[in-house]
Structure formats: structure tokens, C-alpha cells
Design a protein around this ligand. Structure first.
Ligand SMILES: NC(=O)N[C@H]1NC(=O)NC1=O
Length: 174
């Protein structure tokens, strides 16, 4: 799918296709449609980043709170979004042994108690050992730094989701 095809999409089709590039935040996609025409995929990505950066801190925390825990309840009950299921699966989150699963659950809980939003990391750029290590390390960060770090991870997830949609045949579903 080239950028002229992206620019030609109605807002309904645009939101259908790109609505989950930021997890469970289709409002972001719906808002950036107004920024067409995009000169390329990077410009679309930049428009999403700018929208996020312009939000108040509470809005950024809201985005983080829309993310499911890694190896959490949604994964166990099969209620993850398709994108999140693939990402968590690739990082081995669906194949933790009982010791790893207990550690992940405990650290996710500690993280949420400390920051009041979930730990977010771009799972496709990590593996389970790295995720556990970073989760443990990031638990001792300051809240502001951790909010900013989580948002940087959201942007990495978004970039990879956009690339998979535009550079593969997924867009043929339109
Ligand atoms: N909590 C969290 O990081 N969730 C995610 N990360 C990712 O790459 N996909 C997700 O759903």
C-alpha cells in the first residue's frame, strides 16, 4: 500500500485500518486523519507522535492505561487485541514457566502500585529475559521519567504496527 492510497482513505477506512496502532486508542487515529495528505509513512508516524506529545500528562497516562499487562489477565483469558497477542507471543510471554510467570505478575503489580499505570515496553524489540530485567529496573525510576519512558515505548510499538500494516498485505482487507 503506498502513501497515496493511505491519503485516499475515508476516515472510516482509515480508522478501521489504523485504529489500533496505539493500543485501544482509535481516537488518536481519528484525530490525525485531519492531517492528510501525508508525504510518507514517517509523516503519519510523526503526526501521531505530535498528537501524543501535545496531550497533558493525564492524557499520556490514559494511553499507558489502555495497554494490557504483559503476560497478564487478557493474555490468559484470550482477550488481547490481535496485535498485542502477536507481540506478546513473539516475546515469549505466552510461554513463561511458573517461576517467570510469578515474577512477572509480582513485578507488574509493584510497578502499577508505584506509578498508577502499567509497565509498557515494545515487546517485539525484546525477549522475555530482557523484559523481566527492564521491568525490575524500571520499578525504581521516578514517576515522571517512567511516564515519558512508557510513552517512548508506545511510539515504538506504533511504528512497528504501522509498518506491518502499510508494508504488508494487511491493508488488502479494505
Ligand atoms: N504492557 C505492554 O507493554 N503491552 C504491550 N507491549 C507490546 O509490545 N504490546 C503490548 O500489548
Amino acid at each position: 500500500m503506498d502513501i497515496s492510497a493511505v491519503n485516499a482513505l475515508s476516515y472510516e477506512d482509515f480508522v478501521n485500518l489504523f485504529g489500533n496502532v496505539v493500543e485501544k486508542c482509535p481516537i488518536i487515529t481519528a484525530a490525525v486523519w485531519s492531517r492528510r495528505p501525508f508525504v510518507g509513512l514517517k509523516a503519519l508516524e510523526a503526526a501521531i507522535s505530535e498528537f501524543i506529545d501535545d496531550l497533558p500528562e493525564s492524557g499520556k497516562e490514559g494511553i499507558l492505561r489502555c495497554h494490557p499487562d504483559l503476560a497478564g489477565r487478557d493474555l490468559q483469558s484470550g482477550t488481547l487485541t490481535r496485535e498485542s497477542r502477536e507481540e506478546q507471543g513473539r516475546a515469549g510471554m505466552d510461554a513463561l514457566n511458573s517461576v517467570e510467570a510469578a515474577r512477572m505478575a509480582q513485578l507488574n503489580k509493584e510497578y502499577k502500585e508505584r506509578f498508577e499505570f502499567p509497565f509498557v515496553i515494545c515487546a517485539r524489540m525484546s525477549d522475555k529475559a530482557d523484559i523481566l530485567r527492564q521491568l525490575s529496573e524500571r520499578c525504581s525510576n521516578q514517576r515522571d521519567a517512567e511516564r515519558a519512558r512508557g510513552i517512548e515505548e508506545v511510539k515504538k510499538i506504533c511504528r512497528l504496527r504501522l509498518q506491518s500494516l502499510v508494508l504488508t498485505d494487511a491493508s488488502n482487507k479494505l
